[in-house]
Design a protein around this ligand. Structure first.
Ligand code: UDP
Length: 191
């Protein structure tokens, strides 16, 4: 179920339902794109149809801001809760651990995605992971893409900042089963 907030169609899912949708996609090998739409992105999409289309064509769009949740409360089917990028991936890690998923961390300053991966793997040893920083040149990008492809991730977390990460994911949607734009989440995970 999706509801329209300022031209952006947002899923009404709770956190738990969002995690379950992602789990099903991985299990069934259905390739999906996930956008955690923050207020800045929704604002930008008002003036930019390309960003709007990019978000609306994603398979799951969560409300990464309490304003969208509030705005939806007058609708028949309100958005159940705020689902931020960092909270979503924190909720996915135990499921990934249990199911031995493969997760690629892409983005952040050199060393940050690596540190995020180390922190996560310390707690969830069932997760197989690899990483790359997000400051690659055009030539290095080809290498990064080949590394991701070779790793065959179930989940590709892309923290390149919005909306660049959303464009990047749409362009490289074949790389993983589930691709999620996560903004600055690795900075938070790395501590
Ligand atoms: N970033 C990156 N490559 C770039 C520019 C930014 O990997 O060329 C990373 C940056 O290090 C940060 C994230 O993208 O980890 C963007 O975080 P920010 O909080 O600015 O964006 P938001 O969460 O609002 O999307």
């Amino acid at each position: 179920m999706r509801v329209d907030i300022l031209g952006i169609t947002v899923n009404t899912y709770s956190m738990q339902e969002t995690v379950e949708e992602i789990r099903k996609a991985v299990e069934n090998r259905v390739k999906i794109r996930v956008v955690t739409a923050n207020p800045e992105m929704i604002y930008a999409s008002g003036k930019d149809q390309q960003i709007r289309n990019l978000i609306n064509s994603a398979d799951i769009v969560t409300a990464d801001g309490i304003g969208v949740v509030w705005a939806s409360q007058r609708l028949r089917t309100p958005v159940q809760e705020r689902v931020t990028g960092i909270d979503l991936i924190q909720a996915l890690f135990p499921v990934a651990d249990q199911n031995k998923w493969r997760i690629f961390f892409l983005g952040g300053k050199p060393g940050i995605a690596r540190e995020a991966g180390i922190q996560v793997a310390q707690k969830y040893s069932g997760i197989a992971w690899e990483d790359s920083h997000g400051y690659f040149s055009t030539e290095e990008e080809t290498e990064v893409i080949e590394r991701i492809r070779g790793f065959r991730p179930d989940i590709l977390l892309v923290g390149l900042g919005a909306p660049r990460q959303e464009y990047w994911i749409a362009e490289h949607r074949d790389l993983a089963t589930v691709s999620i734009g996560v903004g600055g989440s690795f900075d938070a995970l790395a501590g």
